[in-house]
Design a binder for this molecule. Structure first.
Ligand SMILES: Nc1ncnc2c1ncn2[C@@H]1O[C@H](COP(=O)(O)OP(=O)(O)OP(=O)(O)O)[C@@H](O)[C@H]1O
Ligand SMILES: [Mg+2]
Length: 409
């Protein structure tokens, strides 16, 4: 749906491509091939195989990957190591110096998309890239794109960011899903802080230059929290104005959902008005609130707003910090009646566990696995996994599977 909304903005050719080559001559040939294949803004790095491996280990690998094996001492072992750092869906085209038909057959039987002996003829490489692009598109049906979960606080300080962080962490570390956590509050966001991450650079530039948003541009702006959890956050100077529109966020999320199984968005309230497309199914929306009168009023207002801007959103309401101030709190039934919305989850007030989590920069599950708040977060993550239950993907799971599993057609 979102891809359709973006038609005309996103180029229809294969979207994500990167190459690692060892010499200048090969780099020029790969660039020419990429241009002939219609790949937009190709990223071609000149680096040795070991450096390429190191880099690929840290990032979501692109849909089409060209790797130069020139100078590698043990090609079969090196191709196996390469398979271990590639995500499912990555098509690898290798380049090398060895002209040996048996080696070529072995590579192809391992699941490598193609192999070319140097010097590279750009037209041949371009044909292989085009072919890999078609396979990529055929292999990515729209119902397999990542699920977007937007978490919106009805009021300040109700725990929306804490929930976003912990749901993302649980999906990544306990359900082994590939997760992108996006903190759309570029000034005051706390997701990076909560996970004790250094601040990412480039998030703001990505949003301000939507035409430059592509897989590698985003990947450079992302902070890696664990093998499966990547975070986009910022702490922009308060005196700076940021100029970006809803389309940039939409484009960013659209890219992320192609690479991640879940995209968790910590969304400031004011953004809910403009980001209607990412709030529309197949996304999920959770409104987090405390059980106060003001929380009830603002939940009702937010539900009303969503009915107007994203009528199909069907937000769930999470009542957080229940029991913090029992004498002034609404009961669940009164809250639901007043807010005209059902509460789908109640999370107790637990300053000890949240305090330990905040002071150590660790997720709730790390500091208190058995706590009721941790279990509540786990149940939310579990429900999301049940909505969207694709097989676990990840480093090594794709190419390696194919490597072990046999020949391609
Ligand atoms: N169930 C809970 N029990 C105790 N403390 C909690 C609970 N949930 C969140 N907190 C704490 O409340 C504080 C505010 O949480 P958080 O920053 O996630 O709120 P927010 O809704 O994102 O706020 P903002 O409006 O500033 O973005 C944090 O210190 C967090 O640790
Ligand atoms: Mg917040």
């Amino acid at each position: 749906m979102m891809a359709r909304a973006l038609a005309g903005v996103v180029p229809s050719q294969p979207k994500e491509f990167a190459a690692f080559v060892v010499d200048e001559e090969t780099r020029a040939a790969v660039l020419q091939a990429a241009a002939e294949a219609g790949l937009v803004e190709p990223h071609v790095a000149q680096s040795k195989f070991e450096d390429a491996l190191r880099r690929l280990r840290k990032i979501p690998t692109p849909k089409i990957l060209v790797v130069d094996l020139g100078g590698c001492p043990d090609l079969i072992a090196d191709i196996t190591r390469l398979s271990e750092v590639c995500d499912e869906g990555t098509h690898v085209i290798a380049l090398g110096d060895v002209n040996d038909i048996n080696l070529y057959r072995q590579f192809v039987s391992f699941g490598l998309h193609d192999y070319f002996v140097k010097p590279i003829v750009p037209a041949n490489l371009a044909a292989a890239m085009t072919n890999a692009g078609k396979e990529t598109e055929a292999a990515t049906p729209t119902d397999q794109v990542g699920h977007v979960v937007s978490i919106i606080g009805a009021r300040g300080g109700v725990g929306a960011s804490a929930l976003a962080v912990n749901v993302a962490w649980t999906l990544a570390n306990e359900h082994k899903r590939r997760v992108a956590l996006v903190d759309l509050d570029l000034f005051f966001g706390t997701c990076g802080l909560a996970l004790d991450l250094d601040l990412g650079r480039g998030f703001r530039e990505a949003l301000e230059n939507p035409s430059r948003i592509d897989g590698l541009f985003i990947e450079r702006a992302m902070m890696k929290c664990s093998d499966k959890l990547f975070v986009l956050c910022a702490e922009e100077a308060l005196e700076c104005a940021i100029n970006f529109d809803a389309t940039a966020v939409e484009l960013l999320i659209d890219h992320l959902r192609r690479d991640f199984q879940f995209v968790i968005v910590d969304m400031p309230r004011f953004a809910a008005r403009t980001q209607s497309s990412i709030l529309t199914p197949p996304s999920s929306v959770a409104i987090v609130t405390d059980p106060s009168l003001a929380g009830m009023r603002d939940t009702m207002r937010l539900v009303g707003l969503l009915k107007k801007v994203a009528p199909k959103a069907e937000p769930s309401v999470v009542l957080n910090k229940s029991g913090a101030n029992s004498s002034a709190e609404l009961t669940k039934a009164d809250f639901e009646k007043g807010a005209e919305a059902k509460v789908s989850l109640v999370i107790p007030y637990d300053p000890k566990t949240f305090g330990a989590s905040a002071s150590t920069g660790k997720a709730l599950a790390k500091v208190a696995a058995g706590a009721r708040v941790t279990k509540a977060v786990a149940s939310l993550a579990g429900r999301l996994v049940a909505i969207k239950a694709p097989a676990a993907k990840g480093k090594g799971a794709g190419l390696l599977q194919r490597f072990l599993g046999g020949a391609r057609a």
